[in-house]
Design a protein around this ligand. Structure first.
Ligand code: SF4
Ligand code: SF4
Length: 130
């Protein structure tokens, strides 16, 4: 997975151009479940910048404390977590024509294994981990 953008977001657009895998949707994107309210990270795409940078690039440039926080790894252990979040509208996970909903059981993503689960469960501010 993933990092998550919270209601602290001020829609400044500093983060989206920095993402190496185009996982961040702006407030004008129809695939953003929060619409114009805030930016959104697609958990099925975010790789926590593993293989791209030492720290999540989006959080590195975000000017707003608490706007980009940890979420659970996008792995099969958290398949139900993401499936229910998708049903409840917290995520808008991509639907593949043949494979269906791109949940972790279909395609898991890289994550920073060194981040404690407690930081993820509490949705701690990403940059506080570095
Ligand atoms: S952590 Fe990296 S891959 Fe994930 S949304 Fe932020 S910039 Fe993109
Ligand atoms: S950089 Fe931070 S405040 Fe700006 S759009 Fe991204 S998450 Fe929101």
């Amino acid at each position: 997975m993933a990092v998550m953008i919270t209601e602290e977001c001020i829609n400044c657009d500093a983060c989206a151009p920095e993402c190496p895998v185009a996982a961040i949707l702006g407030d004008d994107n129809e695939k953003n479940p929060f619409e114009s309210e805030r930016f959104y990270v697609k958990p099925e795409s975010c790789v926590e910048c593993v293989g791209h940078a030492d720290t999540p690039r989006c959080a590195d440039v975000c000017p707003t404390e608490g706007s980009i926080v940890w979420d659970m790894p996008y792995t099969t252990d958290f398949n139900d977590y993401y499936a229910s979040g998708n049903e409840e509208g917290r995520y808008k996970i991509r639907e593949h024509k043949k494979k269906g909903l791109m949940l972790p059981e279909i395609k898991a993503q890289e994550f920073m294994a060194e981040i404690p689960m407690s930081a993820r469960e509490s949705h701690a501010n990403v940059m506080d981990s570095f």
